[in-house]
Structure formats: structure tokens, C-alpha cells
Design a protein around this ligand. Sequence first.
Ligand code: SAM
Length: 286
Amino acid sequence: MATDSWVNETLYAEWGQRFLVGRELARVKSDFQDIMVFESPSHGRVMLLDGVVQITERDEFVYQEMLTHVPLLAHGEAKRVLIIGAGDGGVLKRVLQHRNVEKAVMVEIDGEVIRLAKEHMPMIAGDAWNDPRAEVIVGDGIDYVRTAPAGSFDVVIVDSTDPIGVGEVLFTEEFYHNAARLLSERGLIVNQCGVPFMQAEELRDTNKRRAKSFSDTWAYVAAVPTYVGGFMTLGWAAKDATLRSHDAATIKARAEKAGILGQTRYWTPEIHVGAFNLPPYIAENL
Ligand code: SAM
């Protein structure tokens, strides 16, 4: 009798989730990480990098919507967006849903992630790869921000792995110093900043580093089922503190104008506003 095969997430040595593997679709050791894509009965297609859940077909909409729509609608007039990481194309797709976006540059270090996402998880990005406003660069985000011209972007979205291995440079003071330089005067940057119930230091330490280059730093939350441990935090750093204090009516009007109202399954104007109200166990790290 065929035994069930399970894959255990390796993010935490002492705790974790496991997925029943219906069918393994790809297992590739790239120059940067071990990439696995498989079909799971519970979550659809799943991508792991070095044994850590990156994206599942079933719940990716939660953080892709929150990582994208919150900064773009908080800014209100974002035309040029820089995406770092996000090799699955999910953030790129949602950035391009915004009518007022004229240019979306995506810098992903591992071309194999893009290739495997296109092949095995095409539903994530849809046809965003072919959008004339999109420019996809295979490269290190730290190098890109070092040389990008000052004031060349309105929003930066960092959808990276955790600060281990290749992702580590994206959580440094140097990275945020260059992000501040390449952002326009009302610019802001958000990042995937871990699950504070288990990774509080990721939020605490990165917040200290961002604060050296940005006058307003905070975080907002999203409940992503497969980022185990409760709320996931999205790190926030802006040059204008008013960007995170709009009311739901303002955000709703902007979403209507941008063409995304009614197109989402997690984000709403009320969730947008509420996400910045942090439980004390999270706020104490800021
Ligand atoms: N949403 C996921 C999460 O919250 O963990 C991340 C998804 S996305 C697949 C993460 C991407 O960041 C990976 O494809 C990885 O290759 C990319 N990445 C890591 N370090 C990078 C760097 N220094 N420059 C550009 N991309 C990087």
C-alpha cells in the first residue's frame, strides 16, 4: 500500500507545519536555494524555498493583496513601483492592477524561482509577465538599490525570504538608506517582516534599521494561514507619517479610482485601516 508522503516545513527547529504531498512537481537546487514545488490536497500548489513555505495557491491572495494595495493606496498617486524578490509574480500582478501605475520593476535574485513559478504556478502571476509596464530583472536587490537614481520610484515593495542567506541584505541599514534615496518625496517602502510570535527580532531589529533612514516607521498585519504563528507583519517605512492615517472612506475612493475595489478577497478599506492597529505583543517591538 502506498504510504502517504508528507513534507515538514523547516523554518523552526522546535515547531512546524507539514503538508501531505499529492504530487511533487519540481525539486531544483538553484545557485541560491533549494526549490520545491508540489501539489497538496489542502492548499493546491505550494512552493518551498530551503524548506520554508513561500506561497500556496490557496492563501497567497492574503499577503499579496496586503503587501501591494496598502502601500499603493496609502500613497495615492504611485506611478513607479519597485518590487524586490516576489519571484512568483503575485505582487507584480497586483501592482499592475492599479490603473495609475505606469512602471513596475521587479528584481528577483533567482531566475529559477521565476522559471518554476511560470511553469508550475502560472495562476499566481497570470499574464503580468507580459504587461508592457513590467520590467523583470534577475539580480540582487541590494545591487539594484545601490545604483537606482534618486527619486526614481514612489513605492518599494520587498517580498523576500527571511533574513537568512540571500535575503539577509534586504534587511540592512544600507538597503534602507538606498531605498530612501531612490524614493520620491512622499515615497514609502514595505516589506515581508515575519511572524512576530516566533520572529519578533526580525521586526524589532529591522525597524531600528529602517528608522535611521525614514521618519515614519511602523508595521501592519495580515493573517496568512500558512505563515504559522498568528499575524504576519508587513514592515512600514515612509517619509510622510500621514500616509498611514487615511480613513476608510478615503482609501475606498482611491481603490475605486485605481480599479481594484471589489477585486480582492482579503483587503478591504476597513481591513486596510484596521491592519495598522497592532496588538501590544507586536507593537512592543516597534
Ligand atoms: N512571500 C514570501 C514570504 O513571505 O516568505 C516570499 C516569496 S518570494 C518567492 C521570496 C523571493 O525573494 C525568493 O524568490 C528569493 O529568491 C527572493 N530573494 C531573496 N533574497 C533576494 C535578494 N537579495 N534580491 C532579490 N530577491 C531576493
